[in-house]
Design a protein around this ligand. Structure first.
Ligand code: AMP
Length: 210
């Protein structure tokens, strides 16, 4: 079992690259943001607890997220490996992930400047149905407002507005950078310049993953 861990600020391209890696190499993308949004959509007890936190751009508790990840990695659609998108986001989560054994782990940090991520996120569209990611600037859907993958309706995430994006970046600096530091010190962390198009960034990731 292979584990890829994608680090980087909101909007650095973790989700898009996770999808490309899944498509080409069969490593399942595990997006904790998607798992949380599914709970909110289903109106579960967890969903009701975390909805407001998520919409403000704050982090859901480690306990809830770690439990979700532990359950997700056990599912049998995961055969070759998986890519973590949006987890770990705290030091506590990084330590918990180290306790989930794999044969090989590769961690990659996608580096991109703050203004570029704000610009990407305000023009991002997400499929309501399958969570595929589009962008009106550099990855527009073929039919306006509809997902290329499943035909579902595209929407702007509630937390993709400038004010919330700025708070998410602040939360990232305060709470996630310690997790990145932990990986830098305890594992090998590859750094990739993530300015550029999804295809350009993917080519750099493939060099590492291969
Ligand atoms: P994302 O789709 O990765 O941008 O995540 C959207 C939101 O879900 C975040 O702003 C958090 O509120 C929540 N979330 C996702 N992953 C985590 C995590 N690992 N730890 C805590 N909260 C998370």
């Amino acid at each position: 079992m292979i584990r890829l861990v994608l680090f980087g600020a909101p909007g650095c391209g973790k989700g898009t690259q996770g999808d490309l890696l899944e498509e080409k190499y069969g490593y399942k993308k595990i997006s904790t943001g998607d798992l949380i949004r599914a709970e909110v959509k289903a109106g579960s007890e967890t969903g009701r607890k975390v909805k407001a936190i998520m919409e403000k751009g704050e982090l859901v508790s480690d306990e809830i997220i770690i439990e979700m990840v532990k359950n997700r990695v056990k599912q049998d659609d995961i055969t070759l490996g998986y890519t973590m998108d949006g987890f770990p986001r705290t030091l506590e989560q990084a330590k918990a992930l180290s306790n989930i054994p794999v044969e090989r782990e590769t961690a990659i940090f996608l580096k991109v400047d703050e203004e570029a991520v704000v610009e990407r996120l305000v023009s991002r569209l997400t499929c309501k149905n399958c969570s595929a990611i589009f962008n009106t600037k550099n990855k527009a859907p073929q039919k306006e407002g509809l997902c290329d993958e499943c035909g579902g309706k595209l929407e702007r995430r509630k937390d993709d507005n400038e004010e919330t994006i700025r708070s998410r970046i602040a939360v990232y600096k305060e709470q996630t950078e310690p997790a990145v530091k932990y990986y830098r010190e305890n594992s090998t962390l590859y750094e990739v310049d993530a300015a550029g198009t999804p295809a350009e960034i993917f080519a750099k990731l493939e060099e590492i993953v291969k």
